[in-house]
Design a protein around this ligand. Structure first.
Ligand SMILES: NC(=O)c1ccc[n+]([C@@H]2O[C@H](COP(=O)([O-])OP(=O)(O)OC[C@H]3O[C@@H](n4cnc5c(N)ncnc54)[C@H](OP(=O)(O)O)[C@@H]3O)[C@@H](O)[C@H]2O)c1
Length: 299
């Protein structure tokens, strides 16, 4: 295939979860050149997944919060492949923590991975997309970007910010035929919930039955785990959706990627706000036990 007709697709966080499923889905596409990126410590996972480097598949380290790493990678793609045609901003983390247990540094880290890094990548790929008068920026977002849940406040803050910036960008770059889209995902059937990072305080509190917030963590953790295990949407299904978004001529600003994303969006839009918040609060798992003694202990 003539390299000049192949589109260059850059995927962040491609060595695990949804990113890996997208990478595997697109591997057989001869019309695409894939730049699969992972944090340096996770690059070896490509080998485990049977993904090898070739003319059509580049494997590169990318820590999305590292400015020079971002700049060097995009510069290399511009000089060797004439720029990125499709940016898939997939990498993300989800701190499990109540707001009181997130330090400023941890909040900045959450925002750096899910918001600042992806937006900086978009800024870097835009000049060549504008020159070509074509491009797609696919931002993997979340139900957490349209509604907030307890113990996920920092995550929601990052995805709300990501949604806001992406929406502005959608209007700004339309004159150059650049399409920006947010793929809003709800619960995905995966083990991602087993590896969520905790903050320093939330880790201690979630292991201490005498902590005032212990029940918040205890109930939300099993609630989220059981929803993820029962989800009808697999990472492979999300990957098929992403492939369609890459292929379609026109993509909407927001794409609901799971049935629960459709449902929560509908609830948010149609229910009067006080009723919506009342309903959500009263349906939180074992809400009556939250914040109740016995605590404190070990004095
Ligand atoms: N799973 C769900 O239910 C769900 C629901 C809604 C939205 N989402 C969104 O879907 C996306 C993918 O999530 P997932 O479920 O596939 O999670 P995952 O299995 O934890 O994968 C996340 C990927 O992001 C990478 N990553 C994390 N921090 C990074 C950094 N600083 N720089 C570069 N890469 C980094 C991870 O690399 P390492 O393995 O090296 O850490 C990993 O490859 C995220 O944006 C997430 O918010 C997921």
């Amino acid at each position: 295939m003539n390299p000049s007709t192949q589109r260059v697709v850059l995927i962040t966080g491609a060595s695990a979860g949804i990113g890996l499923a997208i990478a595997q889905r697109l591997m057989s596409r001869k019309d695409l050149i894939l730049v699969l990126t992972a944090r340096p410590s996770s690059l070896a996972r490509f080998d485990d997944a049977g993904i090898e480097e070739s003319d059509r598949v580049w494997l590169r380290p990318l820590e999305v919060t590292h400015e020079q790493n971002r700049i060097d990678l995009i510069a290399e793609i511009e000089s060797e492949l004439k720029g990125v045609d499709v940016l898939v901003n997939n990498a993300g983390i989800t701190y499990r923590s109540v707001i009181e247990h997130v330090t400023e540094d941890e909040l900045l880290h959450q925002m750096g991975v899910n918001f600042r890094g992806p937006i900086e990548l978009a800024r870097l790929v835009l000049p060549s997309m504008r020159a070509k008068k074509e491009g797609k920026i696919l931002n993997v977002s979340s139900v957490g970007g349209m509604m907030a849940m307890p113990t996920m406040g920092a995550y929601s803050a990052s995805k709300f910010a990501f949604e806001g910036a992406s929406e502005a960008l959608y209007y700004e770059v339309r004159p150059w035929n650049i399409q920006v889209s947010l793929l809003q995902l709800g619960f995905i059937r995966s083990d991602a919930f087993l590896k969520v990072p905790y903050t320093e305080h939330s880790r201690c509190a979630s292991n201490n039955p005498h902590d005032a917030y212990f029940k918040h963590y205890d109930c939300m953790t099993s609630f989220i785990g059981s929803w993820m295990r029962r989800s009808l949407t697999s990472p492979e299904k999300v990957a098929r959706r992403v492939e369609r978004m890459i292929d379609r001529k026109r993509i909407p600003l927001r794409v609901k990627g799971t049935p629960d994303a459709v449902l929560f969006n509908l609830m948010r839009k149609t229910l009067p706000a006080p009723f919506y918040h009342w309903l959500l609060y009263h349906n939180l798992p074992c809400i009556r036990k939250w914040g109740k003694p016995p605590y404190p202990a070990d004095k």
